[in-house]
Design a protein around this ligand. Structure first.
Ligand code: SF4
Ligand code: SF4
Length: 281
């Protein structure tokens, strides 16, 4: 990859990235690909997607008190929008004959599969994307391009499966222990009134938003914590952290502040309801 692009990624503190062949990746949302000017299958109008530059955005700064680590910093979509704007502008000037488009979360491709093919990590038994350095505390993103893989001039990455299939994630998961499976993370994000049983679960696990239990017990996480590699070097994810959710914090947040947070997804009432349940303890 051209020197200025490598330097750009270095400055952005992004070191886990790799190339994969777009034709090997699974298209999940064809309309998203088409909207970006690419053909989603043979014979369709648009540029042919040839390569995916997959990237990991590490976000871990701490385990906050009663919310998931991914929600501690400001929402990653805003970070990715800015990052992709800066990066695709550089790419377009370095390779004017090709098209580049960045995606994160709402990706046309199966992001986990594409990032595995790019050699960044593998899906663990906890169903999360596991990397050696940051464990599962990464957001995934990718640049889709009609530039052939070899023109990126990036060495091929490969990684051994970081998951050792120890079963600790399943053993620790409160949902697996229950008669009927549930995910605490999904429960805290459920809108409306909860049943007394659901309220009891929130109280027992003391979560106002999300769940990190299966990530916390994972030996890959434990190693990354011990070695100190897990921490994000990206300023955006290091600053403006929510260490604990409280009713006062949420009630006093402006709409702008609140919508910049991942826990705003289901509205203030959902988080306030969870906090009320916790306060009733
Ligand atoms: S806890 Fe064990 S089985 Fe689960 S993802 Fe981590 S290494 Fe894999
Ligand atoms: S997030 Fe929590 S409840 Fe959901 S699968 Fe992981 S450990 Fe289980």
């Amino acid at each position: 990859m051209k020197h200025e692009l490598i330097e750009f990624l270095k400055k952005e503190n992004i070191e886990l990235y790799g190339i994969t062949d777009a034709t090997r990746c699974r298209v999940k949302l064809a309309h998203v690909l088409r909207r970006a000017g690419f053909a989603s299958c043979e014979g369709e109008e648009g540029k042919t997607p040839r390569s995916l530059l997959c990237l990991c955005f590490p976000y871990f700064s701490e385990f906050p008190k009663n919310l998931s680590a991914y929600a501690a910093a400001r929402d990653y979509h805003a970070f990715c929008d800015g990052f992709f704007r800066r990066f695709t502008a550089l790419l377009a000037s370095a390779y004017p004959q090709y098209t580049f488009c960045g995606f994160a979360d709402k990706s046309p491709y199966d992001e986990v599969y594409a990032a595995s093919l790019a050699g960044l990590g593998k899906r663990g038994d906890n169903m999360l994307f596991l990397t050696e350095k940051y464990s599962s505390f990464v957001f995934l993103g990718e640049i889709v391009s009609d530039m052939p893989c070899e023109e990126w001039e990036l060495p091929k990455r490969s990684i051994e499966d970081p998951c050792i299939h120890c079963g600790k994630c399943k053993d620790a998961c409160p949902g697996y222990k229950a008669e009927e499976f549930f995910c605490l993370s999904a429960l805290t994000q459920k809108k409306g009134e909860l049943t007394p049983e659901e309220e009891g679960i929130i109280r027992r696990y003391k979560s106002a938003w999300g769940c990190d239990i299966c990530q916390k017990v994972c030996p890959v996480t434990q190693n990354a914590l011990k070695n100190g590699t897990i921490y994000t070097p990206i300023e955006y994810f290091k600053s403006n952290i929510t260490h604990e959710l409280t009713t006062e914090l949420i009630e006093n947040m402006s709409d702008e502040e609140f919508t910049a947070r991942a826990y705003s997804w289901r509205g203030k009432n959902t988080v306030l309801r969870n906090l009320k349940i916790l306060n009733e303890e």
